[in-house]
Design a protein around this ligand. Structure first.
Ligand code: SDX
Length: 428
């Protein structure tokens, strides 16, 4: 493979270096393009062919359905690690020793109390507010209660900001659900594990003791691991570009939550359940929805299907599909929605439209079935996605800041009006 790319523009040849990553991915380094060519830039709506950065955190191979966090296969991590270990791995680059993990968890717990005044912001929201909008607002509000900006030149300062948000975010997640359900807010307990603590804050009734259910703990732990990072997806790219202006960590995360909310991204897990419910109400008529998904005149898409990178199976969807059977079986839950989902998947996998476009179930297709079996309201599904993605967002923000990457500021090609003289009111 040559180490250069040659571009010929108006008869003039320009050479640009090729960058090859540790998994042999190749990029044309166009950092000097505009200067070398007198103003020519690239354009790539949706960045389908454009890398925004070099990163050592997550590797995806969409053709082979590979996903690795810091070199470890997602299948191994989902099976053998717990969420806090994976969070540490993503953020600091190595699986923690027992001592490192204990200190990490202890430091997180020391920051797990949210300023009581945050409740006044929560109270101001109508109960009908979507939890993702509430969560994004409360996360941004944390900046007001933790005003010291993060000095990225200080490892200690970075670490303190990271354990602070890992401690407080689960509280905000639980509070958004309790607000939606009109239930009193719970506080966590430092005697519990990270995931147990989340479940207790979400589900403990004020008039009863809460008994942990290992099935729910293990299911949520696995789901959070599977959602923890996914290289330069829409919300992570948002966190990186907002962070590149040196806006704080909490403000950058708040922006990422808003990006994740969209139904084309993390909001799909809610949209999948609403779609499957509609199909069920329609008598299970999957063919009607398949036809709608293929109809170019119809804006409907088969939610939970397709992916920008995976043009084969999404390894996370495969793991979650198996987990859905296990969790519903262990909980003794019969959910016809799961059968509708499996039927829809089989139809799509044998339909020329989907096969030709390489559309397969993605991470959002089956996850909501488990969340629902766990008793989590459908409007909270994307909030659970955000809880899982938090360590990935933090890891990517930290990498970007430590590498002192420049502020993100894409160019454009102007296609509007050329210069024209001003028209006074009576001339219009
Ligand atoms: C996530 O990027 C990440 O890594 C994201 C994520 C993560 O972990 O961060 O993996 C999480 O966001 C998963 C995706 C969740 N979204 C959905 O399930 C929504 C439904 N899916 C689509 O909207 C779509 O597949 C996207 C947005 C996920 C990807 O869209 P692309 O890459 O921009 O592909 P495209 O829109 O150019 O589609 C290519 C073709 C088009 O048809 P043609 O114009 O070629 O005829 O495929 C069609 C699309 O119309 N198509 C679909 C479809 N997805 C794509 N047709 C019907 N149903 C779908 N779901």
């Amino acid at each position: 493979m040559s180490d250069k790319a040659t571009l010929e523009i108006n008869g003039q040849k320009h050479e640009f270096p090729l960058i090859t990553g540790t998994e042999n991915e190749v990029a044309i380094d166009v950092k000097t393009l505009r200067g070398a060519t007198g103003g020519v830039v690239t354009i790539d709506p949706g960045y389908k062919n454009t890398g925004s950065c070099e990163s050592g955190i997550t590797f995806l191979n969409g053709e082979e359905g590979i996903l690795r966090y810091r070199g470890y296969a997602i299948e191994d991590l989902a099976e053998k690690a717990d969420f806090l270990e994976v969070a540490y791995l993503l953020i600091f680059g190595e699986l923690p020793t027992k001592e490192e993990l204990e200190k990490f968890h202890s430091d997180i717990k020391s920051h797990a109390v949210v300023d009581d005044d945050v409740k006044k912001i929560l109270d101001a929201f109508p109960k009908a507010a979507h939890p993702m909008g509430v969560l994004s607002s409360l996360t941004s509000a944390l900046t007001a209660f933790n005003p010291t900006s993060v000095n990225v030149d200080s490892e200690e300062d970075m670490y303190n900001a990271i354990v602070r948000i890992l401690g407080k975010f689960p509280v905000l997640v639980a509070w958004t659900m309790r607000k939606k359900l009109g239930q009193p807010l719970n506080y966590g307990s430092t005697s519990l594990g990270y995931v147990e603590n989340v479940l207790q804050m979400m589900f403990k009734r004020p008039d009863e003791d809460y008994t942990q259910n290992e099935i729910l703990v293990n299911a949520l732990d696995k789901l959070l691991i599977l959602h923890a990072d996914h290289e330069q997806n829409c919300s992570t790219s948002t966190v990186r570009i907002v962070g590149s202006s040196h806006a704080g960590l909490f403000a950058s995360l708040s922006a990422g939550i808003s990006a994740l909310w969209g139904p084309l991204h993390g909001g799909a897990n809610q949209a999948v359940l609403e779609m499957l419910e509609a199909i069920k109400e329609d008598g299970g008529d999957t063919k009607k929805y398949m036809a709608k998904a293929k109809d170019k005149e119809d804006p409907f898409r088969l939610m939970g299907f397709g992916h920008r990178v995976y043009k084969n199976f999404d390894p996370r969807a495969r793991i979650i599909k198996v987990a859905a059977d296990e969790v519903l079986g262990d909980l003794g839950v019969e959910d016809p929605i799961l059968d509708i989902a499996k039927g829809l998947e089989q139809e799509a996998l044998n339909d020329e439209y989907f096969v030709k476009r390489k559309l397969y179930p993605n991470v959002d297709f089956y996850s909501g079935i488990i969340y629902r079996a766990m008793g989590i309201p459908v409007e909270m599904f994307t909030v659970m996605f955000a809880l899982g993605r938090l360590p990935g967002w933090i890891a990517q923000w930290r990498e970007m800041r430590l590498r002192k990457e420049p502020i993100g500021r894409p160019r454009q090609i102007y296609t509007g009006e050329n210069h024209r003289p001003f028209k006074t009111l009576d001339q219009r």
